[in-house]
Ligand binder design. Structure first.
Ligand code: PMP
Length: 364
């Protein structure tokens, strides 16, 4: 059998390792495994949302409302936009897929920072498109404009805050890049972690309505992080109606489940859970900064729900990650991104205590 030749060039996305794998491979009891690898919300599922999921369990035989009227209404209210500005995806991942399929082909290219969310590359390669990266992981105007002028990409990805590095780009810089990019390219502002950045500093806060004046810009958001619904797979894109209408042509019917839809509606109406998540996060991330300083290694100032530790030659991120895994602590090694670094999702106080203890033992 001969598969599409574009597949030769694609490396499968490596998701964070599940707790079950550590239980199976290392015989560690599930309750002693700490997973800080996938930027999930450590508080757990919002109890009010869990209740709604339970209430909807008897509706599993019904397809969801394909217009997603209530969810769009909740998002419209949250962001002061209209329902025809919104497309819902099975995670913002699926919206990225719609975007790539709608715009790319083998003659096109996409532009992104040196180290950023891996799915941009995978979806682009599925379409046979070329990947152009700037030199820095930060989103720098000069680097983006130089690459844009040279390659004329069809999509420009601005991931702010950026995964897996955790840094953010100011709203001013994002708008400066958007203004300078020609209307023939789509600019994707991926705000998967925006709630954390906005809570930390207004300089980095970008809302969909800041971008709605541009016909070639789409804002992406997700319920997977601050809203604690990673397992429900709900994300969204917000843009001008003409752009949304094109993306709709890529969407299969009923693309999120009845339970996911109910959960996202409930989550969207309960901002208190987001505030609680961010308060815990802000307390706990300080401990990671202090820990790095005490242990004399660098970290990237984080605007997300994770922190990236940078190591010098005396420490090897893969060796540390493997040793931690054997002790039941799952974090994300960034060696595959060409960095001697690791990304750690900020956990609960107890999870973080375990991380600090195990990390100290591993490196000593
Ligand atoms: N964008 C970024 C920057 C991400 O980190 C992620 C999740 N890791 C996504 C998009 C996709 O998130 P989801 O599909 O869960 O909405």
């Amino acid at each position: 059998m001969k598969f599409n030749k574009v597949l030769d060039n694609i490396k499968t996305y490596e998701a964070g390792k599940p707790i079950e794998l550590v239980v199976r491979e290392f015989g560690i009891a599930a309750e002693n495994v700490v997973k800080l690898a996938s930027n999930e919300n450590p508080i757990g599922t919002n109890p009010a949302v869990a209740e709604v999921i339970r209430e909807n369990a008897s509706k599993a035989h019904l397809y969801p409302d394909d217009s997603m009227f209530e969810l769009k209404a909740a998002l419209s209210k949250k962001y002061d936009v209209k329902d025809d500005n919104i497309i819902i995806g099975a995670g913002s991942d699926q919206v990225l897929e719609f975007i790539s399929r709608a715009l790319l082909d083998e003659d096109s290219s996409v532009l992104m920072s040196a180290v950023t969310f891996a799915m941009y590359e995978i979806y682009a390669k599925q379409m046979g498109a070329k990947i152009i990266r700037t030199a820095s992981y930060e989103h720098k105007y000069d680097e983006f404009m130089e690459a844009y002028t040279m390659h004329k990409p069809k999509i420009v990805y601005l991931c702010t805050p950026n995964n897996p590095t955790g840094d953010a780009t100011s709203k001013e810089e994002v708008l400066r890049i958007i203004e300078a990019i020609g209307k023939e390219a789509l600019v994707v502002v991926d705000g998967a972690y925006m709630e954390y950045a906005a809570a930390k500093s207004a300089v980095y806060a970008i809302t969909p309505s800041d971008l709605l004046g541009y016909e070639n810009v789409i804002y992406l958001g997700t319920f997977s992080k601050a809203y604690g619904l990673g397992g429900m797979r709900v994300g969204y894109g917000i843009a001008q109606p003409s752009l949304i209408a094109e993306l709709y042509k890529m969407r299969p019917p009923f693309n999120i489940s009845t339970l996911s839809l109910a959960a996202a509606i409930a989550a969207c109406k309960d901002e208190s859970f987001v505030s609680k998540s961010i308060t815990l996060h802000q307390e706990q991330i300080k401990r990671y900064e202090i820990f790095a300083k005490e242990n004399r290694f660098e970290y990237i100032e984080s605007y997300t729900n994770f922190i990236t530790y940078l190591f010098d030659k005396t420490m090897d991120s893969t060796e540390i990650a493997d040793a931690l895994l054997k002790r039941g602590v799952i974090i994300r090694d960034l060696a595959s991104y060409g960095m001697n670094a690791m990304r750690i999702t900020i956990g609960t106080e107890k999870q973080n205590d375990i991380f600090f203890k195990q990390f100290s033992e591993v490196v000593s």
